[in-house]
Write a protein that binds this ligand. Structure first.
Ligand code: PLP
Length: 404
């Protein structure tokens, strides 16, 4: 079954390991020896609740999540979290500072790409509070309008005591990512944040969850990720929430905060052990199998090394294509994503030739996002180094042919 699969370099939903999907196919008929398929079994059965507890354990141990933080599972994807983070953290702010007016509840957004821009727009929509764009990377772009960089640390303007500080770790559409080394100019500027306080720091890790360790994890209030890039099918959203951000939203509403739908309240999810309503049983199952597979391969250390190598090799191939004036990177140095490498193919019709040639060799999903164009190579965990080498072989061949 696995040998007939094409290489899927798509940005999401994206490739999953074939061996895991084969195991999942067995689970569809018979989940963990129950004789009932995973899509049919009660989410309250002891077998399924044990599976969810193990999924939490796998995430906690792999990412080294401290006991100060809960791991919660929900639905609605990253997009639902654009709203949920605002509602829950404004409720928290209300409880901490009941006498402030709505205008004084500032939310800081770091905008470095299409997804953080969307999140900031949603925060504005939710109304009642002021959105401060702490920095917008387009100001530092080569053409004055693209998300192609991580801005210099000196340019961030954070507010005193905001209700939340938001950033997107990996911008899937634009191929821009923060460096994980504090010393780098393109890292997230944790050193500018008030370390004395419990930071209301929110991070969207949708497209980089479980590809490497999360720096400064314990400083975060909320980390969220849809499963559908690195760890499973769409339908499951993973939350890592610090305990002080799991607040009584009804008490906050009594003080004037916007009432929060129960399904979006972190407290509801926490109190019900993520089983307030029927969870996305099948995506949870596949995510559990993917994470078991990840642990067997050597865990995040293994993936960090492999993902670094994969990305470096692809960027190097693009760099060589630039020397021949066939390819052009879209993202500035130091800001290139490990998970989504975005570049242009120069010349009339060349981009289409690139995509068609790759498809002939069974490599798909390479077309860039419609808002950015060009090529996007997504290198999520399920893409192996050998898969990456096959693509690089193709890029080199293409560059040679186009430059002759
Ligand atoms: N954030 C990032 C970084 C994403 O890549 C995506 C989707 O690709 C989203 C948020 C939105 O996720 P969803 O489609 O699960 O709502």
């Amino acid at each position: 079954m696995a040998s007939s699969r094409v290489l899927n370099f798509g940005a999401g939903p994206s490739a999953l390991p074939a061996s895991v999907l084969e195991k999942a196919a067995e689970g569809l008929l018979n989940f963990n020896g129950t004789g009932i398929g995973i899509a049919e079994i009660s989410h309250r059965s002891k077998e399924f609740t044990a599976f969810v507890a193990n999924l939490e354990f796998l995430i906690r141990t792999q990412l080294d999540v401290p006991p100060t933080h809960a791991i919660l599972f929900t639905q609605g994807g990253g997009s639902a979290q654009f709203s949920a983070t605002v509602l829950n953290l404004l409720a928290r702010h209300r409880l901490l500072h009941p006498h402030l007016s709505d205008d004084e509840r500032v939310m800081d957004y770091v905008v470095t790409g299409s997804w953080s821009e969307k999140a900031a727009e949603e925060a504005k929509r939710m109304g009642g509070s002021r959105v401060n764009v702490a920095v917008d990377s387009r100001k530092y772009s080569k053409d004055g309008k693209s998300f192609d960089n991580i801005p210099p640390h000196t340019e961030y303007a954070f507010s005193p005591d905001p209700a939340l500080i938001y950033y997107c770790e990996n911008e899937t559409v634009d191929g821009v990512e923060f460096s994980h080394k504090d010393a780098d100019a393109t890292s997230f500027p944790y050193h500018l944040l008030d370390k004395g306080a419990l930071l209301p720091l929110v991070a969207d890790y949708s497209s980089s969850f479980m590809c490497r360790p999360i720096p400064h994890l314990s400083d975060h209030a909320v980390i969220f990720a849809g499963a559908q890039k690195n760890i499973g099918p769409a339908g499951l959203t993973i939350l890592i929430v610090r305990q002080d951000c799991i607040v009584d939203v009804d008490a906050a509403a009594q003080l004037g905060a916007t009432p929060i739908p129960l399904t979006m309240s972190y407290k509801t999810l926490f109190d019900s052990k993520s089983l307030y309503n029927t969870p996305s049983v099948l995506p949870i199952y596949i995510a559990g199998l993917v994470l078991e597979h990840l642990a067997e391969l050597g865990g995040l250390k293994y993936y960090e090394q492999t993902n670094r190598k994969k990305a470096e090799k692809v960027y190097e191939a693009v760099r060589k294509g630039e020397e021949k004036a066939v390819l052009q990177r879209k993202v500035q140095d130091g800001a290139g994503s490990w998970m989504n490498v975005v570049f242009s193919v120069l010349g009339d019709g060349a981009e289409q030739r690139f995509i068609e040639g790759a498809e002939k060799e069974d490599m798909k999903g390479l077309k860039g996002h419609r808002s950015v164009g060009g090529i996007r190579v997504s290198l999520y965990n399920a893409i192996t180094e050998a898969d990456t080498d096959k693509l690089i072989g193709y890029i080199e061949k293409f560059v040679l042919a186009e430059s002759n």
